[in-house]
Design a protein around this ligand. Structure first.
Ligand SMILES: Cc1ncc(COP(=O)(O)O)c(C=O)c1O
Length: 395
């Protein structure tokens, strides 16, 4: 196919749910993407937190090839080795005792909502179905995940939302207390809000939330779809707080870019789900789980996590200096390689300039540029990115 016509064909044939530029990415290697003309782009989005080991990591390519020649699919009616091995690995690397696999972030949030409601029904009665979420949160586009999302912007045109969701303010424990009742089965929270502007939850707030969950007997759900699996310099972002949830959702980087999601639970939650109560045709697919095993082994490696912390601090320090010597940056937030650069105006023109300069970054919230570089990004690549960002700010 003639690659020059592709943007025009895309305009005619694809539903315009995304505003895409008129270039087409053809290949990726490490932290760079290449368009059809061969121009390189330093990828500081990583497919929105997906390609955490960079593009086309050789070990992941090998794992996919090896599995694809053996078995692609056998359905969840049966076991397959990588499915079980990945579940075991995740229980070894996290708080979890039970795992369910699906295909995306939204699907894992849907599943978490179902599991929390089922736990509420079994333990506290059929009226116990309410979930407290947070303003500015983002949990996905399917109806349950959308209903849990604390931003009306995403609801417009799709109302009514599902019944049973209430919204508190992040880092305001009294706003949570006011919403707790006998009907509360869970609180759902991103340890760092990803789409809402890179807003980190504070340690004291999480500790108090955990205490409330014990006192009032509700579940704590951490949505680590964007901030988990090494992104913050901890394998699970919540390790920073020293607190574990009852349910955790993960997805994006889990299989390095192949579609996967997972719901990790304690046994009290997982053992409450019986055959026939939940399912997924593709969830735990042998190829995606074979690749995910390699991703989990590498992103839980102490050396990699230390590098994310050190290089994340380095990135932050360069951004702080950039803030001093340019106009418009008002705040730098985040942890590890999940960084938000807040501007005093809509940063879209700067994002566009970065794009033209060969740097991919994206917006979060209304005034924040989000940086989610691959976890393997070096100091030199950080310097290259900050220099391109500076050029974009000054132009
Ligand atoms: C925190 C969080 N939860 C859920 C989702 C939804 O994931 P997906 O796009 O894979 O459905 C996202 C996606 O950006 C996310 O950042």
């Amino acid at each position: 196919m003639n690659t020059q016509n592709l943007p025009e064909i895309a305009k005619r044939t694809l539903i315009h749910s995304y505003k895409r530029p008129d270039i087409v990415f053809e290949r990726g290697k490490g932290v760079y993407l290449y368009d059809t003309s061969g121009k390189p782009y330093l990828d500081f989005i990583s497919g929105i937190g997906v390609s955490s080991l960079g593009h086309c990591h050789q070990d992941l390519v090998e794992a996919a090839k090896k599995q694809i020649e053996k078995l692609w699919h056998c359905s969840n009616l049966y076991h397959s080795p990588p499915h079980i091995e990945l579940a075991l690995l995740l229980t070894q690397k996290t708080f979890a005792e039970k795992v369910f696999f699906c295909n995306s972030g939204a699907e894992s949030v849907e599943t978490a909502i179902k599991f929390a409601r089922k736990w509420g029904h079994t333990n506290k009665g059929a009226d116990c179905y309410e979930i407290i979420s947070f303003k500015k949160s983002f949990h996905g586009r399917s109806m349950g995940a959308l209903s849990a999302t604390g931003n009306e912007k995403y609801w417009k045109g799709f109302e009514p939302m599902l019944d049973g969701f209430k919204f508190a303010e992040l880092n305001n424990i009294n706003s949570v207390k006011k919403l707790i009742s006998q009907k509360t089965c869970a609180v759902i929270l991103e340890p760092i809000q990803g789409e809402g502007g890179i807003n980190p939850a504070e340690k004291d707030f999480i500790l108090e939330l955990k205490e409330l969950s014990r006192e009032h007997n509700f579940l704590l759900i951490f949505d680590e779809i964007q901030c988990g699996l090494g992104r913050t310099g901890y394998f699970s972002a919540h390790e920073y707080f020293g607190v574990t949830p009852d349910i955790m959702t993960i997805a994006k980087p889990l299989a390095g870019g192949l579609p996967i999601g997972a719901i990790l639970t304690t046994s009290k939650v997982g053992e409450n789900i019986n055959p026939g109560e939940h399912g997924s045709t593709f969830g735990g697919n042998p190829v995606t789980t074979a690749v995910a095993i390699e991703v989990v082994k590498r992103t839980s490696d102490k050396n990699l996590l230390n590098n994310v912390r050190t290089n994340g601090e380095y990135l932050k320090s360069l951004l702080e200096k950039l803030k001093e010597r340019t106009n418009g940056i008002t705040d730098i937030r985040g942890r590890g390689f999940m960084i938000g650069v807040e501007f005093n105006k809509n940063p879209e023109p700067i994002i566009q300039k970065c794009f033209e300069n060969g740097l991919l970054v994206c917006k979060s919230g209304e005034t924040t540029i989000r940086l989610l570089p691959p976890l393997i990004t070096t100091k030199e690549q950080i310097e290259e990115a900050v220099s391109k960002l500076e050029k974009a700010i000054l132009s």
